[in-house]
Design a protein around this ligand. Structure first.
Ligand SMILES: CC(=O)SCCNC(=O)CCNC(=O)[C@H](O)C(C)(C)COP(=O)(O)OP(=O)(O)OC[C@H]1O[C@@H](n2cnc3c(N)ncnc32)[C@H](O)[C@@H]1OP(=O)(O)O
Ligand SMILES: O=C([O-])CC(=O)C(=O)O
Length: 375
């Protein structure tokens, strides 16, 4: 890990690597838009179904289209038997992101994309089944239950909570999950999306693209930060304890999970939205310690480093207040970002050229193979 930054070089920061009509990130330093709509507007006035339709199908649906889209997604939730059997074979101590990766890959074996004309249906099927994949495996390995993932509950996030907790969520929890999925849906050329576009540029199938994107999202520097932030926050029981620990961590040059961003320079617009919902959940939960600890960390990071929380930081407390196990945090990100990933696959295919940059060579000068006895 020590040489990770050096080996990665400048990380292509600030370089334009292609075009997209899907999203702007940090334009004029701050904003986030999906196909021209501000994320704040979407998180206030739309559902995740509408945002998924916007991203995958290109426009916000009218009422008839929305009704039909809900019916389609909800009708696609049942998992094929072979996917269930595969999930049952994954060990209980596997990382849930590996479960998402394997489930997606298995679905790709059973429902292979044989023609790019099928791409939007394949994307919708993934939106419908990813929550079921993780919950089916989770319930099987923790409670020995083989749950039925078919359901007509309204909401992709509500469906996830229903399968996780065995009952329909409260209106508040269903709404927060919906907002969370909206916030995570799309983010231009982030690492996991760019990964998917690279795979798409070889004219590979959509399940291969999404499987590769899941692998890229899993790391703690990207989507895995929500889980890592929760693991860190869980160690502290007071704001003072958290502040002192952050002091020490910064002195030791430890990265604080859930802070900083490769593009935003002033703030992450998703943070204020999820922070507000986290506060509301804390009130409902009846113990706001975790929220206050999180606020103390936010203040300390700003005072010491002028670093701000990214989308992942207050998601940690919000998910925790809804009784979601920490190891399932990043799979929720997958359930949402699959919309952005697949839309980028479509976009790459529309105007494709294989993505193949060059490297600056830093190895030895040209040399001859020494006979083996002289080496
Ligand atoms: C949904 C998402 O994927 S959002 C990102 C989620 N990831 C995290 O929260 C992990 C923690 N954050 C980080 O590792 C980074 O901020 C990243 C990966 C998000 C961005 O990385 P970069 O663009 O390379 O960071 P950047 O160049 O702005 O860093 C500037 C300086 O701030 C430091 N810094 C950046 N983030 C942090 C942090 N979270 N904690 C402590 N220091 C940090 C860097 O070490 C660097 O210090 P240096 O100049 O002494 O080397
Ligand atoms: O854009 C990035 O680099 C990371 C991020 O916030 C995201 O993917 O949501």
């Amino acid at each position: 890990m020590g040489n990770a930054k050096k080996a990665g070089g400048a990380g292509l920061r600030g370089q334009v690597a292609g075009q997209t009509a899907l999203c702007t990130v940090g334009k004029q330093g701050t904003g986030l838009t999906y196909r021209g709509y501000d994320v704040d507007d979407l998180a206030t006035n739309a559902s995740f179904y509408e945002v998924a339709h916007l991203i995958i199908h290109g426009h916000l649906p009218n009422q008839n289209e929305l009704d039909a889209y809900k019916k389609k997604i909800n009708g696609l939730r049942a998992l094929p038997e072979a996917v269930k059997k595969t999930l049952e074979l994954i060990p209980a101590d596997a990382h849930p992101m590996d479960v998402m990766r394997t489930g997606t890959s298995m679905l790709g074996n059973l429902e292979t994309e044989t023609d790019f004309d099928q791409q939007r249906d394949k994307a919708d099927r993934l939106v419908a089944t990813l929550p079921g994949m993780i919950c089916y495996w989770y319930q099987f390995v923790t409670n020995g239950k083989r749950i039925d993932t078919a359901s007509d509950i309204d909401g992709v996030g509500a469906h996830f909570l229903e399968m996780l907790h065995g009952k329909a969520p409260s209106d508040l929890h269903a709404r927060v999950m919906d907002v969370s999925l909206i916030l995570y849906a799309e983010h231009e050329f982030n690492a996991s999306t760019f990964t998917g576009r690279v795979v798409a540029s070889t004219l590979s199938d959509i399940h291969s693209c999404v499987t590769a994107s899941i692998g890229a999202l899993r790391g703690h520097l990207h989507g895995g930060a929500n889980e890592a932030a929760m693991a860190m926050l869980a160690k502290w029981s007071t704001p003072e304890e958290a502040t002192a620990a952050i002091d020490e961590m910064l002195k030791n040059k430890t990265l604080i999970m859930g802070f900083g961003h490769a593009v935003y320079t002033e703030f992450d617009p998703r943070n204020a939205i999820i922070k507000k919902w986290s506060q509301q959940l804390a009130e409902e939960y009846g113990d706001d310690t975790l929220y206050r600890v999180s606020c103390a960390v936010e203040q300390k990071m700003w005072d010491e480093k002028k670093l701000f929380p990214n989308a992942d930081f207050f998601h940690a407390s919000a998910y925790h207040f809804m009784g979601i196990p920490t190891e399932l945090f990043t799979p929720i990100f997958v359930m949402s970002r699959v919309t952005g990933w697949t839309a980028h696959v479509f976009e790459q295919r529309e105007n494709n050229r294989i993505i193949r940059p060059n490297a600056d060579y830093t190895g030895p000068e040209a040399r001859k193979v020494e006979p083996i006895e002289n080496r």
